[in-house]
Design a protein around this ligand. Sequence first.
Ligand code: NAI
Ligand code: MG
Length: 499
Amino acid sequence: MDTATGSLIQYKLYIDGQWVDSASGQQFESYNPYTGKPWALIPRGNAEDVDRAVRAARKAFTTGEWPKLTPSKRGALLRKLGDLIADKSKYLAEIEVRDNGKLLAEMGAQTAYMAQWYYYYGGLADKIEGSVIPSDKPDTFNYTRFEPLGVIGAIIPWNSPLLLTAWKLAPALAAGNTMVIKPSEYTSASLLEFMKIIEQTGFPAGVVNVVTGFGPEAGTPLVEHPLVAKIAFTGSDVTGQKIYEAAAKGLKRVSMELGGKSPNIVFDDAEIDNAVKGAISGIFAATGQTCIAGSRLLVQQSIHDQFVERLVAFAKTARMGDPMSLDTQVGPVTNLPQFNKVLKYIDIAKSEGVRTVLGGAKATRPECGDGWFVEPTIFTGVKNSMRIAQEEVFGPVLAVIPFRDEEEAIAIGNDVVFGLAAGVWTQNMRRAFLMADKLQAGTVWVNTYRAVSFLSPFGGYKRSGLGRENGQEMIKEYLQTKSVWISTAKEVPNPFIMR
Ligand code: NAI
Ligand code: MG
């Protein structure tokens, strides 16, 4: 909202270095979840816009300045982008808070930290080395090169728009690709603001493009476009599966990060105060709207009641309200369908016979105003077979499940279709290593939760995803290997047999 005029802020698509309206001329509203009111107008992109963007990205990949840049120069551009992000981090954080309802207290640090992805992959750009392969054939020289794939389509969810973009954009550009990004229809503004920074950095036109719009109207055409080489997706497993199927028709590569139902496991030998905080950060941080949410809290029977009591006492103190206020600890749910979905899961859990020991309803505290707030909710008496223990809620709703011993903790922990993350709280070293070995998850945290870094691979086992993000290795997900054979023989030998 432009507070001076009371009108909605109007955004445009960013295609081929230009700010343009959608082909249809249509727009849709983006809401501020704290007020429940629209504040911006986003272009409603469709297949025509996607086609324009993909063609621009393909052109930028094959002609002009971008393919001529040395890897070192590409790296320098990415590092410059990192500097500009660091400069503008407060502004980006405020947009994210307004559009998404994330806490300023968290976002201020997160947008600044985001610069690290661009520094790291910028640094990696000129360290992608092929090798000389020892040849078993006389008079030949064989070496490998890593080459970019082409146009990458990135499809981003609403829970961490800029950070999840950085995880894809930084390595994709470092590897020499170009990109078309489709942000979530609920949170498109921050990415469009970010494009102003891309523009300032001096990337050639068409290297990074943004088409906003809805999944079926703008997402599907991006997945299906024949000039897109790979889709990098973060979101729900249901949409991930649809995208995988569509990508298969074009034999496209995919990388996917699809959420979870992560177990956060507390043993009776844990440092209890820390474990309570760990449980809180697993489920109430970011209002539970994180793929890595520790939404199943497994507590050893011997300490179950006492632990739950302390957890409830701590969670009761959580301050809700304006996400722009640095004191707020639990903000709103990002969008209305998600708000309704969280409330629906609360009803489902109650009908499954759980005990509500905290919350269990929409928040009506005065400081929550007309926003989409749900009370931090804790259910006990949960069986792992219940829907509340099996399905991703993506909200501040915790299912507490008791267990007897290590063996049972492992069995329950792994008994879901997902495998993104797991937490373990123990002071016993043998137990820590054992659990880290046995839990089927892409990330295991011991005596901490929600630690994520550009340096460390991140991704899912089972239905939580395909491929990894972050760390050195994953840049290969944006590269393809070429094997080059050069003959030094004076004469071509017998052409009728394999060389
Ligand atoms: P979604 O997975 O449907 O949407 C993610 C992105 O995919 C958005 O940009 C959307 O426009 C796009 N999309 C949707 N359908 C598409 C299609 N057929 N082809 C191409 N692109 C498509 O997630 P949504 O609807 O925002 O949330 C639904 C549920 O997903 C949530 O309730 C939550 O449980 C889960 N979720 C999980 C996330 C995670 O990081 N694991 C992130 C966001 C949501
Ligand atoms: Mg919004």
